[in-house]
Design a protein around this ligand. Structure first.
Ligand code: GLN
Length: 308
């Protein structure tokens, strides 16, 4: 039997090699508060299902998780709505940027997948259908999966995104005209901008993906939050759509399902084995962390493991 690699040594080596890299790419600036973040932050956290964790660099500093939050809303809504969800949103890679409007007209307001903004807006809209206080509900879900009761929203980031939400509002109004958004766009924007503003560090993020490593059962509480089939489907969506129009390249280079956010966070996992979160705020033209992806590529190469 294979002994498991020394994950601590592996991330230490990667950190040492890559921390001296010039940070190519740029910090997201279309949400003004995100433009204030220092691009030199770099942290890596690994959490194994066996209960070990390894950290190096800026792993205690919280940052805006942005689109990584789409995974949590999807998990929560999928759990409640079940397979009906797929009547309102597809599960096919879009091949377009995360905030693109282009396919929505020819596809009658049904977004390609829940990871692009249009799809995530539909999912968050359903959260509003289900819960009196969707923001509170999402927060307690995230606190529960990350095993950290202190996770919270960053009101400054939420306000900054709300003030600059014309593109997302356009997506929401357009889908509402097809009947695929049920709630008022203002209420939807408030919930969506808050979910994107969730503040977490890489330690929290690595922990929070353990529910997927563990096929839908939250290892921190023992509660089943997704069925086996739902956990499989969610993983498949992350594998094919988690990095927008860079999803194929991410799968090719890294070989794990995962999700990025424009705050510079990236999380990925190998079922049964581990989850890994990286934070480096400088983004490539697809809106994904340049160093984050490089880190993950080196990680799976060095440990000789992936989902393939
Ligand atoms: N809040 C961001 C937006 O809606 C999230 C995008 C992202 O992280 N890719 O534009």
């Amino acid at each position: 039997m294979r002994t498991s690699p020394d994950y601590g040594k592996v991330i230490e080596q990667i950190y040492k090699d890559l921390n001296q890299w010039e940070r190519t790419g740029k910090v997201a600036d279309y949400i003004p508060v995100l433009a204030e973040v220092d691009p030199n932050h770099y942290g890596i956290s690994v959490q194994t299902l066996a209960g070990e964790s390894f950290h190096i660099g800026d792993t205690k500093t919280t940052f805006s998780i942005q689109s990584i939050s789409k995974v949590f809303t999807l998990a929560l809504v999928f759990h409640h709505l079940g397979e009906d969800l797929w009547k309102s949103v597809g599960r096919e890679p879009s091949g377009t940027p995360f905030n693109s409007l282009i396919q929505l007209e020819s596809e009658q307001g049904i977004p390609r997948n829940p990871m692009i903004n249009a799809g995530a807006l539909v999912v968050t809209d359903r959260l509003l259908n289900y819960f009196q206080d969707p923001k509170e509900e999402l927060l307690s879900f995230v606190r529960c999966v990350s095993n950290n009761p202190n996770v919270g929203y960053d009101e400054r980031v939420a306000a900054s995104e709300l003030e600059n939400s014309d593109r997302n509002r356009a997506l929401a109004h357009f889908m509402k005209s097809y009947g695929n958004i049920h709630n008022e766009v203002d209420a939807l924007m408030d919930a969506y901008c808050h979910q994107c503003s969730l503040k977490m560090n890489t330690e929290d993020l690595a922990k929070s993906f353990q529910v997927l490593v563990n096929h839908g059962t939250n290892p921190w509480t023992g509660n089943q939050l997704l069925t086996l089939s739902q956990a499989k489907r969610l993983g498949a969506v992350l594998m094919t759509c988690g990095f927008y129009d860079e999803s194929g390249d991410f799968a090719f280079r890294v070989g794990m399902p995962g999700k990025s956010g424009v705050g510079g966070g990236v999380v990925a996992y190998i079922p049964n084995v581990l989850s890994i979160a990286v934070w480096s705020p400088a983004l490539n033209p697809h809106g994904n962390s340049t160093l984050g992806i490089e880190t993950l590529e080196r990680f799976t190469t060095m440990i000789g493991d992936s989902v393939f």
